[in-house]
Design a protein around this ligand. Structure first.
Ligand code: PD2
Ligand code: ZN
Length: 305
């Protein structure tokens, strides 16, 4: 695989890795963990050769896939830290002025890396997202990592629909806001998915990242690499139940209209954090609406037909 054929975002990530002292082994480790095939090794070689003027050997440094994944607001301000470690998304201020909206930070957690935002969406935006989805809903499916199919199952009993990037002005505004807040380019976002849970509906605990070793994962991984983070936006207040739960850390987040729940799947050393196991607990009364934005390591591409 040629370096020049890679997505610009992935090229930039590789250059950054080289410039920060990562060697081939470290980069390959990171890439393989996130689902890339061993054939990417030649592109890594080319990148190292280009960046170092002929592929001089480098110091070993631990790989950290996800350090490119999210907004590193410290980095945006030009502050350099320990480059061999993934820096978590740790907001330093309780308020983010995004121009069109003042988003609040209500809670942050390091392990797993979770941030709860308030005032992410307006009431009108939440209502509009629900209304534009009502007539498009279809039963939600689960990725079958063994077969590469999308299956129905009791583990996920919501219904949903999705909107391609910038599908309409509202979706475009929300995507721009997410980019500003998290610092992740819009191009790395999957389409916004709107989900509806009726009374009794749930999403049993799962990981949002793909299982890389499984044959059926290749198709989804080809659409921009591994998923690195999730942003769940709550579109209504639920009468009872329907919290987003993290059973490994006994955390329950109750849906509140307009709030956003962000979590990234890497821990402080850049490894996949299995404490990000999470689910949507059954709705006990009323209904629940959310919009989810999943973020990829590279630029998201619509699957080939
Ligand atoms: O609806 C939720 O709270 C929920 C729970 C687990 C959503 C997701 N996962 C998801 O969209 O990935
Ligand atoms: Zn999930």
């Amino acid at each position: 695989m040629e370096f020049a054929e890679l997505q610009p975002d992935l090229q930039q990530w590789m250059r950054d890795m080289v410039q920060r002292g990562h060697d081939k082994a470290g980069m390959m480790d990171a890439l393989l963990k996130t689902g890339y095939q061993p054939s990417i090794a030649s592109a890594v070689d080319q990148c190292i050769a280009d960046c170092t003027g002929g592929g001089k050997s480098q110091e070993m440094a631990p790989a950290a896939v996800a350090r490119t994944q999210t907004a590193n607001h410290a980095e945006e301000r030009g502050e350099e830290g320990d480059s061999s470690r993934f820096r978590l998304f740790e907001p330093q201020s309780a308020l983010y002025d995004l121009g069109d909206r003042q988003v609040e930070v209500l809670l942050t957690m390091r392990q797993p890396n979770i941030v709860l935002f308030g005032n992410l969406l307006s009431e009108n935006e939440c209502d509009a997202l629900i209304e534009m989805s009502r007539t498009r809903l279809k039963r939600s499916r689960l990725v079958n990592a063994e077969r590469g199919t999308y299956d129905l199952g009791e583990a996920r009993t919501s219904e949903g629909t999705y909107f391609e990037r910038a599908a309409n002005p509202l979706i475009a505004d929300i995507e721009t806001r997410i980019e500003r807040l998290l610092g992740v380019p819009e191009a790395r976002g999957e389409p916004v998915q709107v989900l509806h849970y009726r009374e009794g509906a749930q999403y049993r605990p799962h990981f949002d990242y793909f299982e890389t070793g499984k044959p059926g994962s290749q198709r989804v991984l080809a659409q921009g690499g591994q998923r690195v983070a999730t942003l769940i936006m709550y579109l209504n207040n639920v009468k009872a139940g329907g919290s987003t739960v993290f059973p490994e850390v006994a955390l329950d987040v109750l849906p509140k209209k307009g709030c956003g729940l962000f979590f990234s799947y890497s821990n402080a050393t850049g490894e996949v954090d299995r404490k990000t196991l999470h689910g949507g607990s059954p709705v006990l009364a009323g209904e629940k609406w959310i919009a989810t934005k999943w973020l990829r390591l590279g630029e998201y591409r619509v699957a080939d037909a």
